[in-house]
Design a protein around this ligand. Structure first.
Ligand SMILES: C[S@@+](CC[C@H](N)C(=O)[O-])C[C@H]1O[C@@H](n2cnc3c(N)ncnc32)[C@H](O)[C@@H]1O
Length: 224
């Protein structure tokens, strides 16, 4: 639905095409522009409910014989949505507390994932600074889970000093990371941290983002 309660174009299209939410069109646009998910990819989808990104991720893997997996996590219990096949599984867990080793164990041969997507967000309170801080907390968890503390510490933009190998990430080298954030100074810090540790980091505001929303996606390609 649109902000005014009137079904908008993306809502109607989602209904027509069998997507469980209009957010499907955000990942479809990311896929069209960046082609992050390929046949055989292993995808971790953080904050996956109600499952529209799971549907798009599964489609992007191509036919079942191409392989690949999609693991969705959300604090809410999520059923695997229609149009997904046996490569998709979901786990109900709080990403802020779930042990990273357990996440690694869900990846093929425990080697990590080739694509990590974070569309996580709290319900918006309307207090700009509070919403931005909560969004940054979830975004930082996604980044830390993906690349590990060592990579973040080695970024010239990190203030915490030396490397810390004790928290390795679950993103494979060469892999891609998408993080949803709310526009703020904190969001700009993410770009400063990510630019040196990925081959490319750029911002995207998908067309399906509601006009009233301050959400933006940081698209990080090629983990070094
Ligand atoms: C915008 S929705 C995601 C929509 C999803 N990408 C889709 O297309 O269906 C954001 C999700 O983040 C989840 N979330 C927020 N905080 C979380 C946390 N700490 N751990 C796991 N999921 C969380 C919420 O429960 C919510 O389902």
């Amino acid at each position: 639905m649109s902000g005014a309660g009137v079904p908008d174009f993306f809502y109607r299209e989602a209904q027509r095409l069998g997507y469980v939410a209009r957010s499907a069109f955000k990942l479809l646009q990311i896929q069209k522009q960046y082609k992050l998910i390929k046949p055989g990819s292993s995808v971790l989808d953080l904050g996956c409910a109600p499952g529209a990104w799971l549907q798009v991720a599964c489609q992007s893997l191509g036919p079942l014989r191409s392989g690949g997996i999609v693991v969705g996590m959300d604090i809410k219990k999520v059923k695997v949505p229609p149009q997904c096949d046996s490569r998709v599984q979901t786990i109900a867990a709080d990403v802020l507390n779930f042990p990273r080793q357990k996440i690694r164990e869900l990846s093929p041969q425990q080697l990590g994932f080739s694509v990590i997507l974070s569309d996580m967000c709290h319900s918006v309170s309307g207090i700009t600074t509070r919403d931005a801080a909560l969004s940054a907390e979830l975004g930082m968890r996604a980044l830390d889970l993906a690349v590990g503390q060592a990579a973040i510490s080695q970024s010239p933009n990190d203030d915490d000093g030396g490397p810390n190998e004790s928290r390795p990430g679950v993103l494979r080298h060469g892999g891609h990371l998408v993080i949803k954030l709310l526009e703020s100074e904190d969001a700009q810090d993410f770009a400063r941290i990510c630019k040196p540790i990925f081959n490319k980091a750029s911002w995207l505001r998908p067309k399906a983002t509601r006009p009233s929303s301050r959400e933006i996606y940081l698209i990080c390609q090629g983990f070094r």
